[in-house]
Write a protein that binds this ligand. Structure first.
Ligand code: HDD
Length: 727
C-alpha cells in the first residue's frame, strides 16, 4: 500500500512547512548520510560490508573491530516495548489557541494567539509491536505540547471512560487482557477467559467495555477518532481562581468506523493500515485537525457535578448535560524523520503539566502521575530520556539533574546543588505564588483530613452502559451484540461466560443479555429478570459522545479512497477524466483495480490488481462502464468464460467477490452506464436509499461522495435480530 502515494492520481499541493521553534531545534540534530563515504563509529573511513578474513575462504579475524562493532551495535538495537500501547505511530503538528483563555488558566499554550509545536502518538493498548492496528481495541491518543512555558502532555484514549477507577488495578487489568500466562495466547485482543474473568470481577468497567465493543472500538483510522482525557483536571488562572475540567479532541473529519468483518480482514491483509493512512494523508498535504474542547465544572471541593462523581474515570459527563467549549485546534502536518527516534522514543506522562493546570484526587490519575516516568526510565534504560530530541522541551531546562546513563550535556561550573552561592542554578522562589496560593498545587488550598485506609472502589457499574446502549440504533446494537458474541464465544471457561451474561449484561439490559446468550449457547436469563431498554435514537453510526444522541454528520471525505474497477473494455478515459476533478475537489484518493497491474487497452493504468488489493481498503466502489469497444453481449474482459453468453452479464469472479464484499460491508457502490446490469446480475439493484447508484460518471461519482459524507454505511443491507428472543 505504500506505493499508494506514488500512484494516486490526486493532484496534491505540497504545502511548504513553516519553521517552528521545535522543528528548528530538530533540524540541528537531523542527520543525512546520503552520498557520504562510509566510516566506522570513530569516523575512520572503512568498508563495513566485507569482513576481515585470513584469505578469501579463511577464518574471520578477531581484530576486525569494524564489523564486530557493527554487529555488537545491531545486537543492542531493540529497546523494551511499552508495557501497554506498544504498537503506535504519530506525527508532528501545531496547536493554535482560539483565543485568550487566561480567564480560565495561566497555561501559556492557551493564551491569546498562542501557537505551539506538538507531537501526537496514536496507539492500541493490547497488541505488541508488529501486531495489527485495526483489531478491536482502545486506541491511545497522546499529545505533547512543546510550549514556551514547558512541555504539557495530554495523554488520553479514543473513548471517554476507562475500565477501572483505581490505579492499583491497572497491572491486573493489563495482565488479564494480554495473553494468558500459561498459554501465551491470544495476543492482541481481549476475547479470552482471563479478560472476561477480570471484567466480571470489575463491574465498573462495563460502560467502557461496551463502547469498545460498539462500532467505536473499530475506527477506520486515527484521523477519525476523538481523544479523551478521561480524568478531571484543574484549571487555575493568574488571579488564583480555579475550575475543574475534562478535555477532548474532536476530529474535524467526524468519526468513521469499520465493520467487524472488514476490520479483521484489514488486520490480516495490512496490519499497518492506520499508520499508512495517516502518513499518506500528511505526505499529500491533507492535514487532519482536531478541536480542543473542555467541559467545565465548579471547583467547590466536592468533586461532584449534578450527582456525577468527577473522580470516577469509569463514567462520563454527557455533553448534553454539560456542553463543552472549544479552546483551540491541533493540526498534524509533518511526518517523523525517523521512526525509532521519534514515535518510538517519545515518552509521555500525564504528570507533565505547565503552570495553570493541575490534578485532582482521582485514584486512577494519581497512580498515572507515577507510572509513566518510571516506565520511561525503564524503556530508555536511563533517567536522561527527557533530553532526547523528541522529548526535550523548547523552554529552557535548568536544574541539577546530573549524570546517569547517556547524559549528553557538558554542564559547566562546580555547583550541582540548589540553593547555592557559588554560581549555580538559582532556586525558583517559594514565593512564586498567586494571591498567596501556589499556582501549581491549585486553589483554594485543599485541607486533607481523611482517615488513612484502603477503600473500596467507587462504582456506578451499569447506568451509563445502559444509557449508551440506548443511544445505539438497531444496527449499531446488532454490531455490539455480535461483538459480545465474538468475545464471549472465545472465552473457553463456560462459567465465566455465564457469569458475564448473568452478572453484567443482564444488569445492563435483559434483551441484550438474552441475545448474546443465545448466540454462544449459554443459558438465557429469564425474560424480565433484568431491565429492558428501548433504543432511543435513529442514528446510523455511533454518535459524537459522551452519550449524546445528536448525530454529527461527517463533514469531509478528505483522504478517503475509492476503488474503481476497470478492465480493457470497461472504464473509458473520458469517464475517468470526468470523475477526477470531482474526487480532487474533495481531496479523495482513488485507485484503479483490475485483473492485473499495468496499462489497460483503454490506456488507463491499473495500479492495483485483485491480488494486490481488496475491497476492504476502499470506502466506496465504482464499476467502470462499457467503452465504445465493449462487445455488445460481452460481460467483461480478461475472463474467457464470461463472454458472449449471459443476460444480464456477470462480472468475472474476482470482481464479483470484490463487489459483493463491499456490498456486504455496507459501502456505497456505483456502476457507470450499462454496468448497472452487472450489479443486477449479482442481485444488487440500483437504489439510492441503499447506497447503490448508476448513471453517468459525474452523477455516480457525485452520488458516491455524497453518500460517504452522510450516512457513511448502509447497514440495512444485513438483517438484524428482531428481538423475538426477548418477547
Ligand atoms: Fe496509560 C501508556 C493512556 C491508565 C500506565 N497510557 C499509555 C499511553 C496512553 C495511555 C495513550 C501511550 C503513550 C504513548 O503513546 O507513548 N492510560 C491512558 C489512559 C488511562 C491510562 C487514558 C486512563 C484514563 N496507564 C493508566 C494507568 C496506568 C497507566 C492507571 C498505571 C497506573 N500507560 C501506563 C504506562 C504506559 C502507558 C505503563 C506504557 C508506556 C508508557 O506509559 O509510556 O506507564
Amino acid at each position: 500500500m505504500l506505493k499508494l502515494l506514488v500512484l494516486l492520481r490526486l493532484s496534491v499541493i505540497f504545502h511548504a512547512q513553516a519553521q517552528t521553534p521545535k522543528q528548528n531545534e530538530l533540524q540541528d540534530v537531523r542527520t543525512d548520510t546520503a552520498g557520504q563515504i562510509e566510516t566506522t563509529d570513530t569516523g575512520v573511513e572503512d568498508n563495513t560490508a566485507n569482513s576481515l578474513r585470513a584469505g578469501p575462504r579463511g577464518y574471520n579475524l578477531l581484530e576486525d573491530t569494524t564489523v564486530r562493532k557493527k554487529i555488537f551495535h545491531f545486537d543492542h538495537e531493540r529497546v523494551p516495548e511499552r508495557v501497554v500501547h506498544a504498537l503506535g505511530h504519530g506525527a508532528y503538528g501545531t496547536f493554535e489557541s482560539y483565543g485568550d483563555w487566561s480567564n480560565l488558566t495561566s497555561a501559556c499554550w492557551l493564551g491569546a494567539g498562542a501557537e505551539s509545536d506538538i507531537f501526537t502518538r496514536f496507539s492500541v493498548v493490547v497488541a505488541s509491536n508488529g501486531g495489527s492496528e485495526s483489531g478491536r481495541d482502545t486506541h491511545g491518543f497522546a499529545t505533547k505540547v512543546y510550549s514556551q512555558c514547558g512541555n504539557h502532555d495530554l495523554v488520553g484514549n479514543h473513548v471517554p471512560s476507562f475500565f477501572i477507577n483505581d490505579g492499583a488495578d491497572f497491572p491486573d487489568l493489563v495482565h488479564a487482557v494480554k495473553y494468558e500466562a500459561d498459554k501465551g495466547f491470544p495476543t492482541g485482543g481481549s476475547a479470552h477467559t482471563t479478560a472476561y474473568d477480570f471484567f466480571t470481577q470489575h463491574t465498573e468497567g462495563t460502560f467502557q467495555l461496551m463502547t469498545v465493543l460498539s462500532d467505536l472500538g473499530i475506527p477506520r483510522d486515527v484521523r477519525h477518532i476523538s481523544g479523551n482525557g478521561v480524568h478531571t483536571f484543574r484549571f487555575i488562572n493568574g488571579a488564583g481562581q480555579s475550575k475543574l475540567f475534562k478535555w477532548y479532541w474532536k476530529p474535524m473529519l467526524g468519526h468513521r468506523a469499520l465493520v467487524y468483518d472488514e476490520a479483521t480482514k484489514i488486520a490480516g491483509k495490512n496490519n499497518n493500515f492506520q499508520r499508512i493512512d495517516l502518513y499518506n494523508n500528511i505526505a499529500a498535504g491533507i492535514y487532519p485537525e482536531w478541536e480542543f474542547l473542555v467541559q467545565l465544572f465548579p471547583d467547590d471541593g466536592t468533586y461532584m457535578w449534578n450527582g456525577i462523581d468527577l473522580l470516577d474515570s469509569t463514567i462520563v459527563i454527557p455533553f448534553e448535560m454539560n456542553p463543552p467549549i472549544t479552546l483551540g485546534k491541533m493540526t498534524l502536518n509533518k511526518n517523523p524523520t525517523n521512526f525509532f527516534a521519534e514515535p518510538e522514543s517519545i515518552s509521555f506522562a500525564p504528570s507533565n503539566v505547565v503552570k495553570g493546570i493541575s490534578f485532582v484526587p482521582d485514584p486512577l490519575l494519581q497512580w498515572r502521575l507515577m507510572s509513566y516516568d518510571d516506565t520511561a526510565n525503564h524503556r530508555h534504560n536511563s533517567p536522561n530520556g527527557y533530553l532526547l530530541p523528541v522529548n526535550r522541551a523548547i523552554a529552557p531546562i535548568n536544574n541539577n539533574y546530573r549524570d546517569g546513563y547517556m547524559q549528553p550535556l557538558l554542564f559547566q561550573g562546580a555547583s550541582t546543588s540548589s540553593p547555592n552561592d557559588i554560581g549555580g542554578v538559582i532556586g525558583a522562589s517559594l514565593n512564586n505564588t498567586i494571591n498567596g496560593t501556589l499556582p501549581y498545587t491549585g486553589t483554594p488550598p485543599e485541607v486533607i483530613d481523611g482517615a488513612i485506609g484502603r477503600y473500596p472502589n467507587l462504582r456506578d457499574s451499569f447506568g451509563q452502559a445502559r444509557a449508551f446502549w440506548a443511544t445505539l440504533d438497531k444496527y449499531a446494537q446488532q454490531h455490539t451484540v455480535d461483538a459480545y458474541r465474538f468475545e464471549l464465544g472465545h472465552v473457553s471457561d463456560t462459567d465465566v461466560q455465564q457469569r458475564y451474561i448473568n452478572n453484567i449484561l443482564n444488569k445492563v439490559d435483559n434483551c441484550l443479555a438474552r441475545r448474546v446468550a443465545v448466540g454462544i449457547g449459554a443459558t438465557l436469563p429469564p425474560i424480565g429478570s433484568g431491565p429492558n431498554t428501548e433504543s432511543n435514537t435513529t442514528t446510523k453510526v455511533p454518535s459524537w459522545y459522551p452519550l449524546t444522541s445528536s448525530f454529527e454528520p461527517n463533514k469531509s471525505n478528505a483522504g478517503l479512497v475509492i476503488g474503481i474497477l476497470a478492465d480493457d473494455v470497461h472504464l473509458s478515459t473520458a469517464d475517468l477524466a470526468a470523475m477526477q476533478p470531482i474526487f480532487s475537489a474533495q481531496k479523495v484518493f482513488y485507485e484503479v483495480v483490475s485483473t492485473h497491474i499495468g496499462t489497460l487497452k483503454t490506456g488507463i493504468y491499473a495500479n492495483q490488481s485483485f491480488i494486490t488489493t481488496s475491497s476492504v481498503f476502499y470506502d466506496a466502489v465504482i464499476l467502470g462502464g462499457p467503452t465504445s469497444s465493449t462487445p455488445a453481449t460481452t460481460t467483461t474482459t480478461n475472463n474467457s468464460n464470461s463472454t458472449n453468453s449471459q443476460n444480464p452479464p456477470t462480472p468475472p469472479s474476482d470482481a464479483t467477490d470484490f463487489i459483493q464484499e463491499a456490498y456486504g460491508h455496507g459501502k456505497a457502490i456505483a456502476a457507470l452506464g450499462t454496468s448497472v446490469d452487472m450489479l443486477k446480475a449479482l442481485g444488487i439493484d440500483v437504489d439510492a436509499d441503499k447506497g447503490v447508484f448508476g448513471g453517468s460518471a459525474e452523477a455516480a461519482a457525485g452520488a458516491v461522495l455524497e453518500a460517504l459524507k452522510g450516512t457513511v454505511r448502509f447497514p440495512e443491507r444485513r438483517p438484524v435480530d428482531d428481538g423475538g428472543i426477548c418477547k
